[in-house]
Design a protein around this ligand. Sequence first.
Ligand code: COA
Ligand code: AMP
Length: 639
Amino acid sequence: MSADNEKNYTDIYSKSMEDPEGFWGEVAEDIHWEKKWDTVLDRSNPPFYRWFAGGELNTCYNALDRHVENGRADQLALIYDSPVTSGTVKKYTYRELRDEVATFAGVLAANGVAKGDRVIIYMPMVPEAVVAMLACARLGVIHSVVFGGFASNELAVRIDDAKPKIIVTASCGIEVGRVIPYMPLLNDAIDIAEAKPESVVVLQREQEMTELQDGRDIDWAKAMATAEPHDCVTVAATDPLYILYTSGTTGVPKGVVRDNGGHAVALNWSMKAIYNVEPGDVYWAASDVGWVVGHSYIVYAPLFSGCTTIFYEGKPVGTPDAGAFWRVISEHEVKVMFTAPTAFRAIKKEDPDGLLLKKYDMSKFDILFLAGERTDPDTLHWAEEKIGVPVIDHWWQTETGWSIAANCMGLGPFPVKAGSPTKPAPGWDLQVLDDANQQVKAGEIGALSCKLPLPPGSLPTLWNADDRFVESYLEEYPGYYKTADAGFIDEDGYVFVMARTDDIINVAGHRLSTGGMEEVLANHQNVAECAVIGVDDQLKGQLPVGFLVLKAGVERDAADIVGEVVQMVRDQIGPVAAFKQATIVERLPKTRSGKILRGTMQSIADNKEYRMPATIDDPAILDEIEMALEGLGLAGKRN
Ligand code: COA
Ligand code: AMP
């Protein structure tokens, strides 16, 4: 690393701390504004800070139209690559994507959807999902994309919270080796929900067509054939662009709100500063549009900055083999890729020597970014060695929308330290706090917290829940945003993210609430009490395991009860929860005041040292928990 590079990051970071208004005001010049902002940062109503107050713009215009008008009309905007549909590849230029989006905006408008209304998008990884998102943005309509791996109940909760006028869906999704009909799931969700959508737009996929309901359902293709294209509708910078639900500490998800102005400014800037890509480069985030990575880095950021984004409907392995990522990189000349470490663990497991890599030309490939969970040193070194490019861990959350900490490859990279996402990104005043809200010394673990105000692009609030926003994130450490991650910053300023401080677990890069799973288990007729913990897993990072205490007098076969609760979680939360293991125990370890000692149980499961909690009611229960874990085959990991 040259001293100049280091200075570059240091200068920019310092400027963003000392003069955030000056820094982001300059960065914001790269976005097309219909009306310039009155204030870069409105600090008049803390803790609700608003970026670019008074400014007006359109997000879709910035993602598509301005590139069409400024010489990129014939450049590819999006390449859809779908190994699960016999290798379909479909390419859209900026002009073609703009036209599709304008037409679908016409479909929505013709069906009564207007600025400020909500539309839920429940779709698999088909390009029409992007078209629907951008069409909403074009109209100033607030989209809420729901991941296809969630069950009806989860979808219903989101319908009731967002109250969408229209839901956009597809007839089916495709997982490895199986087609998943979406309409039964959606119909059940609409039945469960109190808020009923006026219409449902359905994209028929040939793998599994569906019957449309008269009077409610609109056929995507037919509607597109007759719709009038709709122009961009100007919105306030502070208007919501989307709501993205994420796991909270209960079964009720949090509706993270993203605004239009700050989002466009921060994401557009991040593409060069963090990912070191230029307009025209091919960029691939292998995630799902249902997650924040999909929103930020499959759809919005690459399009804001005039890149070509890859839209991949497949998996790292099994579609058809562990060379799938290398094929896509070489076939579409990907420069930068972004995915979750779990995907690389899956590849490494199937092709430990990286033999499949040798089949492909990877010469255009520059950098691999990983996020969603900590990049473990084994995976890091394997990927570095096999691919021969920098492998960059970066840390962020649905709430933040982009990196809190990263090795900013466009600002002069730092040497990689295994297990660290490097340094706080410009804009993020990251500090490690103790329980008394005081900064701890370098190297000491504490609560990773970001001093307010947060930079643009981060959540301004939760949908219709300002109080919950304050209570969840801002109350515990006054003046700071609580990330709910614990970790430390070392002597060199490198950040280490170690664990969540709440009940969130990370399963294959997917964020799930164990509290939400407990709510489901507790509803089983034979269950008196339960606990769910996340245990270490070599492939998925963590896997949920349930402990059930049965009601007195229940004599049923344990395997039947376990089978039933596993099915309940699958039906009520979804297959993505990967809840497959549960065991029946006599009692749960608790403090004298009755709090379940989940952390201690987790340490036992992960073979980590733990201190016997001083307040434990009966230490002997821990032996029972250990035996129960052994019964699940988790004992082999322990000494
Ligand atoms: N619709 C319906 N079902 C879905 C789904 C979707 N969109 N996505 C996943 N599922 C199902 C899977 O089929 C699987 O079902 P099963 O229990 O019947 O096998 C279950 O949900 C769990 O899925 P997943 O966690 O993806 O496990 P997997 O075994 O299918 O694949 C990996 C494992 C590691 C290959 C896969 O998780 C992966 O590619 N992860 C990348 C992580 C990622 O994209 N993270 C987003 C943040 S960057
Ligand atoms: P999500 O909101 O789904 O993006 O999940 C956010 C959570 O995932 C964070 O709070 C962390 O716990 C975890 N996470 C994401 N990226 C990283 C990373 N690079 N290192 C460690 N943990 C991460």
